[in-house]
Design a protein around this ligand. Structure first.
Ligand SMILES: Nc1ncnc2c1ncn2[C@@H]1O[C@H](COP(=O)(O)OP(=O)(O)O)[C@@H](O)[C@H]1O
Ligand SMILES: [Mg+2]
Length: 414
């Protein structure tokens, strides 16, 4: 079994540093470890302070291998027909070939190609642990959750079948009909995406979100947290990086920043408990090279095993009760095992966020998109789970609602 850990988060928060640090420590613990990056900048090589190959894993130190996934290479290997079709279609419309090539690179697809490389490495049986440094933000995960969205679902699949027939007949007459290779690649891609989604949902794979104690990363991470949990991916840790040290010699200029960070650190606790939260202090100087990375990993993980599945519960999920075609009726379920039955539950809705106050406990979560327009109903607490009832607003346009549009909403919710 290969343990796969994917670090995700906004740029600059420290994903590459934390990924490389985790990998370094695992390797020092004797596990055969591969750290990969899909960042086109050579960031992994920069953090580790060594050259890293773009096609095969490079040995960095005992048990530690690195690979900078060349998504352009993987893309050409897997999707040259797709790219050629899009490129030629756009250049027929007067778009420069170089620009058209850029357009052919669907947003999120290069991340998917990197994930596919991770899957292949995991299935090779060569590794105890694989660490991926990447940014599967909401968008990439959305593509994975609904691979058929790339070409428009079942409708898209049917369209392809019909279109391919037409293309065969019409090719002699029309210039911008794609070649067969295009269709083969797209259907091959869809199959691969399905396999990839199953791989990511398997019990050995987890995501960890990296953020800094600042407003925007916190808001984005909250949304990602809800989405990832609803999607059913394992999210086993939240990593808070670049925390200012508490030192008396920092002076009044930093007092402001330390106090501000303190506020966000508390908000981070109330947003992501019971998921384990690990904290990393802003170092004196950039942590570069395996020694500095090992130190930072030890300080961050303490006694915990960085390669373990650190949390396996699902803290948030959505139960849907409505009949096909009927207005939505949902239970947003929050696992809160530590509530006292006698505690009052106060729920405040603030735009797309929900803040719960239960006794001394505060909890802020981002609502899933499907609940944005829903009305909050009753709540009940049973077996350690708080169930919040939501129903679709009857004043919004219900008359036109068909099973089809309910389906669309479900897709959007992700
Ligand atoms: N805890 C830390 N202390 C000091 N510098 C850090 C820390 N974490 C990251 N850095 C530095 O911050 C910069 C951005 O980090 P990086 O890991 O490349 O972020 P990301 O991959 O999320 O864009 C790098 O120069 C890195 O060395
Ligand atoms: Mg990076």
């Amino acid at each position: 079994m290969t343990r796969v850990i994917i670090y995700s988060g906004k740029g600059g928060t420290g994903k590459t540093t934390i990924s490389a640090a985790t990998a370094t420590l695992l390797a020092r613990m004797g596990r055969r470890t591969l750290v990969l990056s899909s960042d086109p900048a050579h960031s992994l090589a920069d953090a580790l302070g060594v050259e890293i190959s773009r096609d095969r894993p490079t040995l960095i130190s005992p048990n530690l291998y690195g690979l900078e996934v060349d998504t352009l290479y993987e893309w050409r290997q897997n999707l040259s027909g797709f790219q050629q079709f899009v490129t030629s279609t756009y250049s027929n419309r007067g778009v420069e070939r170089s620009t058209a090539a850029e357009l052919a690179n669907q947003p999120g697809l290069d991340e998917i190609l990197a994930l596919q490389r991770v899957m292949a490495e995991a299935q090779s049986g060569r590794w105890d642990a694989i660490i991926l440094d990447t940014a599967p933000t909401g968008n990439t995960l959305r593509l994975l959750a609904y691979p058929e969205l790339i070409i428009g679902g079942d409708v898209g699949k049917k369209f392809f079948r019909v279109y391919r027939g037409i293309a065969n007949v019409a090719r002699p007459f029309r210039r911008d009909m794609p070649e067969d290779r295009f269709f083969d690649e797209v259907s091959g891609l869809l199959e691969k995406m399905e396999r990839l989604a199953n791989f990511l949902l398997s019990g050995d794979v987890s995501l960890r979100l990296v953020l800094n104690p600042e407003k925007l990363p916190l808001l984005e991470t909250r949304r990602a947290y809800t989405f990832i949990n609803l999607y059913g991916l394992m999210l086993d840790a939240v990593m808070v990086n670049k925390i200012l040290p508490r030192r008396s010699d920092l002076g009044p200029y930093f007092d402001y920043w330390v106090a501000l960070q303190q506020g966000y650190l508390e908000e981070i606790d109330t947003s992501f408990t019971p998921t384990p939260i690990f904290r990393t202090v802003l170092q004196e100087g950039e942590p570069i090279g395996v020694d500095a990375l090992e130190r930072i990993a030890r300080a961050t993980f303490g006694e915990a095993d960085p390669g373990a599945m650190l949390f396996e519960d699902r803290p948030i999920w959505l139960d849907q009760w409505n009949e096909e075609g009927q207005p939505g009726l949902f239970d947003l379920c929050l696992r809160l095992p530590f509530i006292d039955d006698s505690d009052d539950i106060e729920i405040v809705r603030n735009g797309t966020d929900l803040t719960l106050t239960i006794g001394r406990l505060h909890r802020t979560i981002s609502l899933p998109r499907i609940l944005y327009d829903c009305i909050l109903g009753k709540n009940r607490y049973e077996d350690g789970v708080l169930r919040l009832e939501f129903f679709e607003n009857p004043s919004s346009d219900q008359s036109e609602r068909t099973p089809k549009s309910a389906d669309n909403m479900r897709v959007e919710a992700a």
